[in-house]
Ligand binder design. Structure first.
Ligand SMILES: [Zn+2]
Length: 283
């Protein structure tokens, strides 16, 4: 499941091919993904210029010169493939169409962007740009982690009196946008907070440390996604997934990276998701 850094990497990868460019043809090859596509989607995209390519949480938003915005969600397995233009140092010829190529954008500059989604948990919708933030998928999302609205006093305020574990509270998209399971595990390790601790019972000083830790973990992942755009792993033009080294995520049974004797990463299930942590480092 792509998280915020993966979606941001896809957005940055799409910019050279799509931003400021006209969609000369949009092909929509099936009626739906997770939900039905909007009516006449191909006609509403064809001939329109993409003025801006934005991101809100895990959604990519393409503002068109028609006054509409195309919302794209990659779901579980969705990926974008660019062909016909250079991505990093590589030039990709158009690939043979594949079975799950559901939406294909041919751009006036010769680029082709193919949205492939085998499991079809992805989504696309068209909304009025002026009221895009009111869309049902976007309206309840909390502040972006890199925005000024997300700060120490905001987080202390939101966690006051909260009985849910800190892990669950950080996954709540209404509190902060775009944080998923992997990065929450990493953030809690860096701040030394036990994932089971109740959010409302953590001191203000410790909550305050979460804000820079969240930004640091996400920024590092975005950075590593950015370098993946340039190196051989992206030589096939596919955007969205990259190698990244985690300190606790998926490291059950391995020694803690502090190197301290007897520290072993543990895994347990918390609201249906695997949590990885070091019981000695995280209190
Ligand atoms: Zn440890």
């Amino acid at each position: 499941m792509p998280e915020l850094p993966e979606v941001e990497t896809v957005r940055r990868g799409l910019i050279p091919a799509m931003e400021g460019q006209v969609i000369s043809n949009a092909a929509v090859n099936r009626p739906d993904l997770r939900w039905p596509f909007p009516e006449n989607m191909a006609e509403r995209l064809t001939g329109k210029r993409i003025n801006a390519l934005r991101r809100r949480s895990k959604y990519i938003l393409m503002d068109l010169d028609s006054g509409e915005t195309l919302l794209v969600h990659l779901g579980m397995s969705g990926r974008m493939t660019i062909s016909g233009v250079a991505v990093g140092e590589f030039h990709h010829p158009h690939p043979t169409p594949e079975k799950h190529d559901h939406v294909v954008f041919d751009m006036e500059n010769g680029a082709r962007v193919t949205f492939n989604d085998a499991r079809r948990f992805g989504a696309m919708d068209l909304l009025d740009t002026a009221t895009a933030e009111d869309h049902w998928l976007l309206r309840d999302i909390g502040p972006e982690p890199f925005s000024n609205a997300f700060n120490e006093s905001y987080l202390i305020d939101r966690f006051r009196g909260k009985n849910s574990p800190i892990k669950t509270a950080l996954l709540d998209q209404g509190i902060v946008a775009g944080l998923g399971n992997i990065y929450v595990c990493e953030v809690l390790f860096r701040t030394g907070i036990n994932p089971k601790r109740k959010a409302g019972q953590i001191s203000a000083q410790r909550i305050a440390t979460l804000v820079p830790a969240i930004r640091e973990v996400l920024a590092e992942a975005i950075e590593s996604g950015g370098s993946s755009l340039k190196d051989h792993r992206q030589a096939d033009g596919k955007l969205g997934y990259f190698q990244h080294n985690f300190r606790v995520y998926d490291r059950e049974g391995q020694p803690c990276q502090t190197g301290d004797a007897g520290h072993v990463i543990q895994r347990f299930v918390q609201s249906g998701r695997s949590t990885f942590y070091c019981p000695q480092c995280q209190r």
